[in-house]
Design a protein around this ligand. Sequence first.
Ligand code: PLP
Length: 387
Amino acid sequence: MTAPRGRQFLHTPGPTNMPDRVLRAMDRPAMDHRGPEFQRIANACFEGLTRIFKTEHPVLVYPSAGHGAWEAALANSCSPGDRVLMAETGAFSTWWKDMAEALGLIVDYLPGDWRAGADPAAIEARLTEDKAHAIRAVAIVHNETSTGVLSPVAEIRRAIDRARHPALFLVDTISSLASIDFRMDEWQVDVAVGGSQKGLMLPPGLGFNGVGAKALSASQSARCRRSYWDWRAMLPDGKTVTFPCTPPVNLFFGLKDAIDMLLEEGLDQVFERHRRLAEAVRRAVAAWGLELVARNPEQQSNSVSAILLPDGHDAEALRKTCLERFNLVLGSGLLRLRGRAFRIGHLGDLNELMILGTLSGVEMGLRANAVPHRPGGVQAAIDYLAS
Ligand code: PLP
């Protein structure tokens, strides 16, 4: 292997590439986190986040990974012994389910084959059966990052309403936020869970909870043990977000510029850019004669594609070739997809040539590893993007 030159092509579905403007914004000396300058930046971020989440409710920011935001959402909404309805869409829904169980919740886990999103009809049926309203919350992963499958959040909201069930609606928007349309208020999501290292084009380290009024009121009686994650500590008056701990000041400078960049581009344009680049990936996959994990075209994610390799071919070997020969980092298959699928992250600070470079790396990797495929995937993507 020769010494890698040029920029590495990082195409995991998070962390994603960070724009130079965001990197420069974070390049700051230390600052008093209780002083007026930081307060100004933090307030601008809190306001900007409500626009990204499409909500009028507060968005809390934890110095944490997405896992922390997951735990905060569950621990503030539920009590040990509560029933929670979740849907198996892949590795992330499974890990969130495991966390719920570890917190003492009883999870009703609707089974799935990892190739489709959560099923609104199955959710409606389960809620309709629950005449005693024992189910405290429905918790869904909007964009299942392990499979590239999108769940129909708006339809699930309608299913909850049709069942006339009072369950809270918790949605993980970690790999859809700021890359695929997400509407917290319109879809009446009670708790929206986000993270910094994906569509927001930031380093890992910030976890978000958008907290609606119903969830905030439910949190008063929720009995899961919590201290660091307690919403009441971050939202003492129920409206104004604050920090009981030292906030990650430099990440906030990055967040401010990332939000500005997204709003300057326009969220609709951001979503359209992601759709177009994702479609280029899908055209390439089809031209290669390979198959996406996501079966239903309407549920194919615009932020990540998981691609199956033919039986007998190792996706990890393909990833190794792409890294060692072309300095291209692809996402691995997770849990049951390990070795069977690889993932192309196509979210964040990304353009046509970056995606074409990535597809070229994959096509070369397929050839180098003698994975059966038709040539011409990159050409199909070029034809689409140039048209
Ligand atoms: N949920 C989804 C959909 C994710 O994609 C991820 C991470 O990739 C997580 C949760 C967990 O986030 P973190 O790894 O930051 O804890």
